[in-house]
Design a binder for this molecule. Structure first.
Ligand code: ADP
Length: 589
């Protein structure tokens, strides 16, 4: 051992500098560089000039990095600090780059445990770290890729699923839309329907309310009507009793005919009046059979007319009793009443014995006929004497005598007319009036009558509008009497209004004549009775007359199958009409 010489300090440093491991020795707090071998200088990218410099001066890029502080700690505390794969930024080729080192700072101490220097070793593991990092990066990328792929696949399948769901959704959406549309349409239609029904309901409601009100009102009315009816019914009952008593007291017969079944219900008294036993039920035909032949057809016609026409029935006729063969004059008055069903009518009436009245009338008629006849004889001779005197008076040319005679002739004519009227009535009533028929022109006859009237009555203006052809087959004198009657009435009952218009028209194979005046007219209550025998309208300034002119005229026109009527209002004048059937015959008129 003794011949082996120990290495000095410089030799030791030389040895250290030969090691492959990068080695440096630092002293003091600032890590002054005592020694750095070639390997360390390569790491630092420095040369020997840095020897003797503080660490931070030699490597200024280390400022702010942890290494200077670590050196200070090792120096002051005499410890060892090491690190693996620790990053350090170093300036190499003028550029700051990051390197990785396994390093150790070891405090070297003397025998007094004082730190004399710091041994600094470092191995550059930058390649290893970077390789690993790259590997790691690559690996992580791969994993990431795989993951991405898996994810992508998942995504794709999810996408597909989504697409399918989407398609389903869009289909469902379309379906929904369609459904929605139909629903909307249905809702719209329903709303319309509902609005219409609501309106209708409202209308019905209003109507119902109105009906209800009406019903309430009607109900009240019904209650009142019911009370009224009850009273009326009681009254009717009283009246019926009174009527029955009256009928019994007056000895009237009663009858009832059903218009459709012609059932004939008669009272015992009626049957007696027709000469049957009171207990013997009779038919209409049996009753008609007892009426004298002359009147039978006339009564039957009146009865049919009343049953199916106007319902008026008031006829007088003689019957020959079935058993006793006695002649009795009967008057039947009836009234037709339609049943509530409207299907048939009831014809009810009374029959009274007017034989006594008829006998009285006959006596009166006989008396009038006799008196008229007796009066006519002196009147005829009076008329003769007046005509003689008139002829003689022409010679004297005495106006007074002439006009007095004219007046006397007029009065005699008037009187003759009256007496003839009475005679005609009595003839008519005893059925002795006979028509003396001939062919003549009615217009011509009217013309003649008007001329005569103009001569007799100069007070009025008679205007005549004739028509062309008016052939009739009638009693010339009697139709003439009718026209005279109508004209003299028009004059008599129009004392102040002087115009009279006579017209003649052809209507439906009939010639219609009208006589219109502008006189006093006739009131409603009298108009229907005007053609009755002896009927005269009551008035203050009575005009002379007996009420037989119109009666006779009506009878004459009726016997010619014509019609006579009047239209008038009180104070408005009157128009009398009659018509006769046109009769062409063989005679050219
Ligand atoms: P009289 O002899 O009374 O005129 P008539 O039978 O001719 O009888 O007439 C009956 C009644 O009818 C008359 O009393 C009169 O009241 C009324 N009368 C007839 N013609 C007319 C007329 N042109 N204007 C108004 N009243 C009339």
């Amino acid at each position: 051992m003794s011949d082996v010489q120990l290495l000095d300090k410089n030799q030791l440093i030389e040895v250290l500098s030969q090691t492959k491991t990068a080695t440096a020795i630092h002293i003091g707090e600032d890590a002054l560089i005592q020694m750095a071998n070639q390997a360390m200088l390569m790491i630092w990218d420095k040369d020997q000039s840095i020897i003797g410099k503080a660490l931070e001066d030699a490597l200024p890029e280390l400022k702010g990095q942890p290494f200077p502080q670590l050196f200070k700690k090792v120096w002051l505390e005499g410890i060892t600090i090491s690190g693996t794969e620790t990053a350090a930024n170093l300036k190499v080729d003028g550029e700051i780059k990051t390197f990785y080192f396994d390093f150790e700072y070891r405090a070297i101490k003397n025998e007094f445990n004082q730190t004399i220097c710091i041994l600094h070793t470092a191995t550059d593991v930058t390649d290893r770290v970077i390789n690993r990092q790259l590997m790691e990066e690559y690996y992580s990328k791969e994993v990431a890729l795989e993951r991405e792929q898996a994810l992508n696949e998942e995504l794709a399948s999810s996408n597909e699923e989504l697409n399918a769901v989407n398609e389903e959704l869009s289909q469902s959406q379309e379906e929904l839309l369609a459904l929605n549309e139909t629903l909307e349409r249905r809702v719209e239609a329903r709303v319309k329907e509902l609005t219409a029904s609501e309106n209708k309901y409202r209308e019905i409601s209003d109507e119902l309310a109105a009906i209800n009100e009406e019903m309430a009102a009607s109900n009240e009315e019904l209650v009142l009507t019911h009370e009224h009816l009850k009273n009326t019914f009681d009254e009717l009952e009283d009246k019926e009793i009174a009527l029955r008593l009256a009928i019994e007291a007056a000895n009237f017969g009663t009858w009832h005919i059903h218009s459709e079944s012609r059932e004939f219900i008669t009272s015992a008294r009626l049957r007696e009046l027709f000469g049957y036993d009171a207990a013997h039920e009779i038919t209409i035909e049996e009753a008609l059979g007892q009426i004298t032949e002359e009147y039978r057809a006339y009564v039957a016609e009146k009865l049919e007319n009343a049953l199916h026409g106007n319902g008026d029935y008031d006829v007088s006729y003689p019957v020959i009793g079935f058993k006793d063969k006695k002649i009795r004059w009967l008057r039947a008055v009836g009234n037709l009443k339609a049943d509530k069903s409207g299907e048939f009518s009831s014809f009810t009436g009374v029959v009274m014995d007017i034989s006594l009245i008829k006998k009285d009338e006959q006596r009166k008629n006989d008396f009038i006929a006799m008196v008229s006849h007796e009066l006519k004889t002196p009147l005829t001779s009076l008329n003769g004497y007046i005509q003689l005197l008139q002829r003689k008076a022409i010679v004297f040319q005495d106006n007074f005598v002439n006009s007095s005679l004219e007046m006397a002739a007029k009065q005699v004519k008037k009187m003759t007319g009256m007496i003839n009227g009475f005679l005609n009535v009595s003839r008519l009533e005893s059925g002795k009036i006979v028509l003396n028929l001939s062919h003549f022109s009615l217009t011509d006859l009217i013309g003649v009558v008007i001329s005569e009237s103009r001569l007799m009555e100069k007070s009025h203006n008679i205007d005549f509008q004739s028509c062309e052809r008016t052939p009739v087959y009638a009693d010339y004198d009697k139709i003439g009497n009718v026209i005279v009657n109508l004209l003299s009435n028009a004059i008599k009952y129009a004392p102040t209004a002087k115009n009279i218009e006579v017209t003649c028209t052809i209507i439906n194979q009939r010639v219609q004549v009208s006589v219109r005046d502008h006189g006093i007219g006739i009131g409603t209550k009298d108009i229907n009775k005007l053609f009755d025998r002896y009927y005269r309208v009551e008035s203050d300034n009575q005009v002379s007359g007996f009420g037989i002119g119109l009666y006779l005229s009506a009878e004459i026109i009726a016997r010619h199958n014509g019609t006579i009527w009047v239209e008038s209002e009180l104070g408005e004048g009157a128009t009398f009409y009659f018509n006769l059937p046109l009769h062409n015959g063989n005679v050219e008129l």
